[in-house]
Structures are given as structure tokens and as C-alpha cells.
Design a protein around this ligand. Structure first.
Ligand code: 7TS
Length: 400
């Protein structure tokens, strides 16, 4: 496919090679326009007013949820809006985890998890007496089915795994792992923050129990994410927060709650953001998720081939399944290297990528990460490679 640069105002207004989509994607014009439409034409609250403007806002907001439900193959009631993937994953741990885990139960996680999918489980494990069990990673850093089987026991109550690693770009074989977990009676929480933006997703086919993702990594706005939960599971949970809009009847000594998803959505929701996310999904669907993935992977292959021609480069994920390259210039701290990129208007990320367990597993202080999306093209990759080459030569010359 041809890169969609013209549709992104930030790319038409300045020189920018943006290779940090895994942190946040850029925003296409039509998403910005959709959010402007809300603020310009019906900027009022939902579910409250009895006037025409509020009806319009409510209708748009309701349609947005339906779009998102259709996108992942879920029912309307199974889509809970959150602030992002982090708060969605916290919601699972702080409700389902807190309400179901007992002392001695086991929660399977991995060192590939983003902090948002391991810290909440650590906290809940401490409170409930449950134990965190880490899937041993394979030599290349993958989660394999065999390794998963080696830690799955009758005590496993929850499996919390990422669908795609934000550092290694590996796809976890969830279609095999989830049935195994279910055979043991465990439920599976899937972190789809790095898969929802890049590949077709069907929660029913996957049979995930909970699944979370963010708007801002898939051409949508910040401040909105989604928690999918199987209806029966969501219905059985107590809310995490209490207040306006989530309640039915209120008495002096208590209240009753609306049905899911509303009982998890206290207060005025992120209305413009929900509309923006739905618009982003329409946008990406119009390209086609298979096309998106193939495009990114082709750019990944080009980057990898180029990096292999440059001396003193270590690539940690040469077999990545998605469009993420994780690498270092040997002997150069990523934070020194990244300023070199910035001078050339190439944006990529340096650091631990909110996955310190993986960085420790790799036994390095930090790494550089370039990630590709629909607006990147081969020229971006070539510019990136050119900067890597020059950065390496520069540091070599000054004697790193
Ligand atoms: N899970 C994964 C796999 C992620 O990559 C991220 C964000 C999150 C959860 C949290 O998403 P948020 O929207 O709540 O912040 N990952 C990154 C990253 O790789 N670089 O910056 C943010």
C-alpha cells in the first residue's frame, strides 16, 4: 500500500519521520475533524439532557460504542470505556482479581508485559495472598505454548498476557494458550494495546475473557481506552468507582447500579474521545487491517536488512511478527543516540519502554525502538538507516 502521509496534518506541516507509533500514533485529519464536530456542533453531556443537542451527543456516543464493539466482535454491553489500556487492565485486576483471588491461587504473567499488565497483578497478589508465576521466555524472548504449559497448574486462576509485545513485536500464541487456560478453569486477560492497532481482532474467536487497548495507539485520541469483558463476567463484578451516571436507585444507606457497561463508567465520559476512536476504527478498517500489518512488516524487513549492513548494531528481535525493531548501537547509550535522531527529525523511543522486566531479561540498560505504521514509507526507513549509520560512525570516531 502507499503510505498515507497526506491524511496526517502533522506530517504535511513539518519535516518528521515518525517512528514512535508503539508509544502513540499520529492522528489523521478525519479523526480531528470528528472531534471538532462534537465540540463545534453538539458539545453537551450524554445520557442526561432531554433536549435535541443532548440526544444528538448521546446518539453519536452510543454509535461509537457499537462501532468499537463490531470492530472486536463483541456485544455493545461488553465494551467498557476507560482512560486507556492501563486503566482497563487495572480495572480487571482491581475488580475481578480482588473479588476472585484467594491465598495460594496462581496468576500467570510474563516478563514481556508492559508495566500496566504486571504491576496491578503484583499489588492484588500481595493483598490476596495469590502468587505471580512467570512464563519462562524462550531464547529469543518469546512466550511459547510449551513454556506456558510448564507453568499452568490446577492453582492457576488468572492468565494475564500481552497479545503483542511492545518491545519485541512478538505475537503471543493466544489461540492455543487460551483454551489450555480454560481447561484449567482459569480466565485470561489479554493486553491488546499493541495488537488492536495492527491486526484483525475477534474477541469471540480468541475466546478472551478480558481484553484491553488504547485509542491513542491506533490513530485515535488520548484519554480513551477500551476494556472488553465477557458479559457474564462483567455482570458478576462489583464496580470500581461509584458516583454519577453509574447508579440506578440511591438511598441514604446505599444504592443500586446500572447494568454493564455503565456501572463501570462513573461520571461524564470521554465523549469526543469515543467519537474520535470510532472514527479512527472506520479509518483503519477502510485501509484493512491485513493491509496495515503487511505494510508495517515490509518496512520492518527493510529496516532489518539495512541494520544488518551497519557494523556494531545489535537487533534483539530479528524475527519480530509486527513492525517493531528493538536494537542498540553497541557501546552507545540509547539516550545519547536518540538525540542524534532528533536532530534529523527522526522520532523514535529510547529507554525501557515501560517493560523493565524485559529489559532486565535482555540484560541491557535500555534499548532503541523504531515502530512503523500506515504513514511510514520506505523513504522513512532509509532516512532512519542513514541516521543509524551516521550515529554509529560519530560515536565510533569519538571512541565510544
Ligand atoms: N500495554 C502495552 C502492550 C503497551 O504497549 C502500552 C503502552 C500499554 C499497555 C499502556 O497503554 P496506555 O495507553 O494506558 O499508556 N506502551 C507504550 C510504549 O511502548 N511506549 O510508550 C507507551
Amino acid at each position: 500500500m502507499k503510505a498515507r502521509k497526506d491524511e496526517f496534518p502533522i506530517l504535511t506541516s513539518q519535516r518528521l519521520v515518525y517512528l514512535d507509533t508503539a508509544a502513540s500514533s499520529l492522528t489523521p485529519k478525519r479523526v480531528i475533524e470528528k472531534m471538532n464536530e462534537y465540540y463545534g456542533e453538539y458539545p453537551v453531556n450524554v445520557h442526561r439532557g432531554v433536549y435535541a443537542l443532548s440526544h444528538r451527543a448521546t446518539e453519536q456516543y452510543t454509535n461509537a460504542r457499537q462501532t468499537i464493539a463490531d470492530f472486536i466482535g463483541a456485544a455493545f454491553e461488553e465494551v467498557v470505556f476507560t482512560r486507556g489500556a492501563s486503566s482497563a487492565l487495572n480495572l480487571v485486576a482491581l475488580t475481578y482479581g480482588a473479588q476472585h483471588l484467594n491465598s495460594g491461587d496462581e496468576v500467570i504473567v510474563s516478563e514481556l508485559e508492559h508495566h500496566s499488565h504486571v504491576l496491578p497483578w503484583q499489588q492484588i497478589a500481595k493483598k490476596t495472598g495469590a502468587k505471580l508465576i512467570y512464563v519462562p521466555l524462550a531464547k529469543d524472548g518469546r512466550i511459547t505454548v510449551e513454556a506456558f504449559k510448564s507453568v499452568l497448574t490446577d492453582k492457576t486462576k488468572i492468565v494475564a498476557l500481552t497479545h503483542v509485545s511492545n518491545v519485541m513485536g512478538y505475537v503471543t500464541p493466544l489461540e492455543e494458550i487460551i483454551p489450555l487456560a480454560h481447561e484449567k478453569g482459569a480466565i485470561v486477560s489479554v493486553d491488546a494495546a499493541q495488537s488492536a492497532p495492527h491486526m484483525p481482532l475477534d474477541v469471540k474467536q480468541l475466546d478472551a475473557d478480558f481484553l484491553a487497548f488504547s485509542g491513542h495507539k491506533m490513530c485515535g485520541p488520548t484519554g480513551i481506552g477500551v476494556l472488553y469483558g465477557k458479559r457474564a463476567l462483567l455482570e458478576g463484578l462489583e464496580p470500581l468507582e461509584y458516583g454519577g451516571d453509574m447508579n440506578d436507585n440511591v438511598e441514604k444507606d446505599g444504592g443500586t447500579w446500572k447494568d454493564t457497561p455503565y456501572k463501570f463508567e462513573t461520571g461524564t465520559p470521554p465523549i469526543a474521545e469515543a467519537l474520535g476512536l470510532a472514527e479512527a476504527i472506520h479509518y483503519l478498517s477502510s485501509i484493512g487491517f491485513d493491509t496495515v500489518r503487511a505494510h508495517e512488516h515490509a518496512l520492518f524487513k527493510r529496516a532489518l536488512a539495512g541494520l544488518r549492513t551497519i557494523p556494531d548494531i545489535t537487533v534483539y528481535n530479528p524475527e519480530a511478527d509486527t513492525g517493531i525493531v528493538n536494537f542498540n548501537i553497541d557501546g552507545v547509550h540509547p539516550h545519547d543516540a536518540v538525540s542524534f535522531f532528533d536532530e534529523d527529525h527522526v522520532a523514535l523511543r529510547a529507554g525501557h519502554h515501560c517493560a523493565q522486566l524485559l529489559i532486565k531479561w535482555l540484560a541491557v540498560p535500555a534499548t532503541l525502538r523504531a515502530s512503523f505504521y500506515v504513514y511510514n514509507d520506505e523513504r522513512d526507513v532509509d532516512t532512519f538507516l542513514d541516521v543509524v549509520r551516521r550515529a554509529r560512525d560519530f560515536f565510533k570516531e569519538i571512541g565510544f
